[in-house]
Design a protein around this ligand. Structure first.
Ligand code: VTB
Length: 345
């Protein structure tokens, strides 16, 4: 799976990031998202594959492109039989977020990226558009910290696993009223909090790398992005757990309905009978092979944002593969103009 796809998906996220970054700082988050979706889909449809979107822009009737269930890749075309050999094709599932952190792009703030995860058919949990409580931590703490433990307990475990004091730990939390108590508890325990306005995928993945000075992600974000984070953390051997949040008392705005029972019923209809289950990274991304790709739109902890110059742009991406056990940082110069007209340095 990786050989053919590894390089091409870099271009998929690069194209989405470039398109979106043209709208950086323009205050128009919907446009920043829409152009990323279009660019991602266009490049994806040139790949020799038979793909299906399992996490995307929403249900078909509300999203015209990259909706859940949409087939993508050149081999899903009607005339595919003439140029695609069905015997050599595996069907793959794809989770996308063409512009993770639309507000960040719209207001020119750090931490947005174009991102996707790929696995064999059935290899990614088709998370509903609910909230998810998340816990991400470095590999040394994998299976030792636990989403059911308090923040105080987890910080103590983390400090032992990372061989540093609690005061030396940094926890990323999204700046939301729902996290008021969590933030107070982390501070009380002695750790330092990095509040972010959006973009918890970047924060989760940063826990998988040393040197980022991010030691944990705690709190509640969106569930679909939780699966994308889990895919990366599964490949990196980092800790990731997620638990769906369906109680409107916990998250008062946004994705879920106002009736708790109604939300539980909605989950049942989707085949989720135990709404309180805590999922591990390996359960959220359980395929034999998992690929993850991201490209910075605005600058972030792991990647630079898109930088335009006369006639071109430079991007930084990250591709992580469970198959080849690699995390590649890819620095690309895109030449929009004739190379001889550019000064590439
Ligand atoms: C967003 C977004 C995050 O969760 O905040 C969202 O910035 C949902 O939370 O990166 P709100 O409804 O409170 O904004 C993420 O998309 C990802 O989990």
């Amino acid at each position: 799976m990786e050989n053919t796809l590894g390089l091409e998906i870099i271009e998929v996220v690069e194209q989405a990031a470039i398109a979106s970054s043209r709208w950086m700082g323009k205050g128009e988050k919907n446009t920043a998202d829409q152009v990323a979706v279009e660019a991602m889909r266009e490049r994806m449809n040139k790949i020799y594959m038979r793909g299906r979107i399992v996490i995307g822009e929403g249900e078909r009737d509300e999203a015209p492109m990259l909706y859940i269930g949409e087939e993508v890749g050149i081999c899903t075309r009607e005339d595919a039989k003439t140029f695609c050999n069905p015997d050599e094709l595996i069907e793959i599932d794809i989770a996308v977020d063409p512009c993770e952190g639309t507000n960040l792009v719209a207001y020119g703030q750090n931490g947005s990226m174009a991102v996707l995860a790929i696995s064999e058919k059935g290899g990614l949990f088709a998370a509903p558009d609910f909230y998810m409580k998340k816990l991400a931590a470095p590999s040394q703490a994998k299976g030792k910290v636990d989403i059911n433990k308090s923040a105080t307990e987890n910080l103590k475990i983390l400090s032992e696993c990372l061989n540093r004091s609690v005061e030396e730990l940094v926890v990323v939390v999204m700046d939301r009223p729902r996290h008021k108590e969590l933030i107070a508890e982390i501070r009380q325990a002695g750790a330092r909090v990095r509040l972010i306005s959006d973009g918890d995928v970047s924060a989760a993945i940063s826990c998988g790398f040393t040197g980022t000075n991010i030691h944990a992600l705690m709190g509640i974000g969106a569930a679909p992005e939780g699966v994308i984070s889990a895919a990366a953390m599964r490949c990196l051997g980092g800790h990731f757990q997620g638990q769906l949040i369906y109680d409107p008392e916990i998250v008062k705005t946004g994705l879920i309905g106002e009736s708790k029972q109604g939300n539980i019923d909605r989950l049942k209809e989707m085949g989720i009978n135990d709404p309180d289950k805590c999922y591990t990274a390996e359960e959220l991304a359980n395929g034999e092979n998992v690929l993850f790709a991201a490209c910075g739109i605005t600058p972030g902890t792991l990647m630079e944002g898109v930088r335009f110059f006369h006639g071109g742009a430079r991007t930084q991406s990250l591709v992580i593969s469970s198959q080849s056990k690699t995390a590649r940082f890819v620095d690309t110069i895109h030449m929009f103009d004739n190379p001889e007209n550019l000064s590439l340095n």
